[in-house]
Design a protein around this ligand. Structure first.
Ligand code: ISE
Length: 339
């Protein structure tokens, strides 16, 4: 019995997920595709659906979600469109995998939590795919086992070769560093309590007006400090590194040279150029796990609470980025459903 999936969003990630569900994820198939935001005429949805046997194209995400044979919904539209699409899916009690950020603001995320409370069970998973990356999993296991003692620091580097034309200084935080926010919460099992953002004179490679790179400091409820260099026009490739320093050791992931070539008096390797390559396996495993859980009407990964917490940290981070001042994160009490 295959799980019928509606995919909302046909941009880079939406198209990649449609391909993934067809090629590498067993037990599921795409039955409906829609993209009202980036593609109001439905041409892109038609083009994507045309490549998948049995998939129908829609101009309206709600109609795609309500289409016959839809058992679960994968949302990969831009962040501001997520809330509405999630609420449509929850009305029908369908499992959801929603790309990050869950919503751009904590208020929207709280409405999602409230809708899940009405359903009475967790149905929403957020696409924080780093939790499915083999290196991150090993680091998490090491930390959980106490392998380097109590964690003191996470030193993170997050670099993109270049940023898309629509990227803003806020998005360095709410779209990019949001991954480190989730990774830190998950790796440490702690909440982020305060954010400080330092912005050097922008790189001359950054588009005019973009505050790139930035240094984001996160403080956590257990007294650890996380520093994140976010640099989205580094020019040379896609790099995500994390070094954890604990009381009795340190561990580093993300150096990622799978093959080292020595030739003509030099040695070197390759650097991935974007996230679909660097995290290809993580995306595959994320969607596989989601499909398996969705077939049982459940989720098995970062949930709506994680999406809410990340949105609350982003909100504090945006304020900190504008003011240059350390800004505390305010979280509501964690509802019973997410304990
Ligand atoms: C993008 O949306 C992602 O999720 C990537 O992982 C991140 O590196 C990039 O900065 C974001 O814009």
């Amino acid at each position: 019995n295959t799980l019928g999936i509606a995919v909302i969003g046909t941009g880079k990630m939406g198209a990649d997920h449609v391909r993934r569900i067809g090629d590498t994820v067993g037990g599921a198939r795409v039955v409906a595709v829609a993209d009202a935001v980036a593609d109001p005429d439905g041409d892109r949805a038609k083009a994507v659906a045309a490549g998948v046997e049995g998939a129908a194209a829609f101009t309206d995400p709600a109609a795609a979600t309500a289409a016959p044979g839809v058992d679960a919904v994968l949302i990969a539209s831009p962040g501001p469109a997520h809330e509405e699409a999630i609420l449509h899916a929850l009305e029908r009690e369908l499992p959801v995998l929603c790309e990050k950020p869950l919503t751009p603001d904590p208020e929207g995320a709280l409405r999602v939590l409230e809708a899940e409370r009405r359903v009475g069970r967790r149905l929403v998973q957020v696409g924080f795919m780093r939790r499915f990356d083999a290196e991150y999993e090993r680091l998490k296991e090491l930390l959980d086992a106490g392998g380097i003692g109590r964690p003191l620091f996470l030193h993170c580097r997050h670099r993109n070769a270049s940023s898309p034309s629509f990227f803003t200084s806020d998005m360095l935080i709410s779209d990019s560093v949001v991954h480190e926010v989730d990774a830190a919460r998950w790796l440490l099992g702690q909440e982020v309590t305060a954010v400080t953002v330092l912005s050097p004179r922008p790189s001359s490679a950054a588009p005019e007006g973009l505050s790139d790179p930035r240094l984001v400091l996160l403080e956590t409820s257990g007294g650890a400090i996380v520093d994140v260099e976010i640099f989205v026009n580094c020019g040379f490739g896609y790099q995500v590194r994390c070094e954890a320093v604990g009381e009795s050791g340190s561990a580093r992931i993300g150096d990622g040279h799978a093959m080292v070539v020595e030739s003509a008096g030099r040695w070197g390797g390759e650097i991935a150029q974007d996230f679909t390559t660097r995290f290809a396996d993580a995306y595959d495993r994320q969607v596989r796990r989601w499909v398996a859980a969705a077939a049982r009407g459940r989720v098995d990964g970062p949930d709506a609470w994680d999406g809410y917490a990340a949105a609350a940290v982003s909100e504090a981070g945006l304020a900190a980025g504008r003011s240059g001042v350390r800004t505390e994160v305010r979280l509501v009490e964690r509802p019973e459903l997410y304990r």
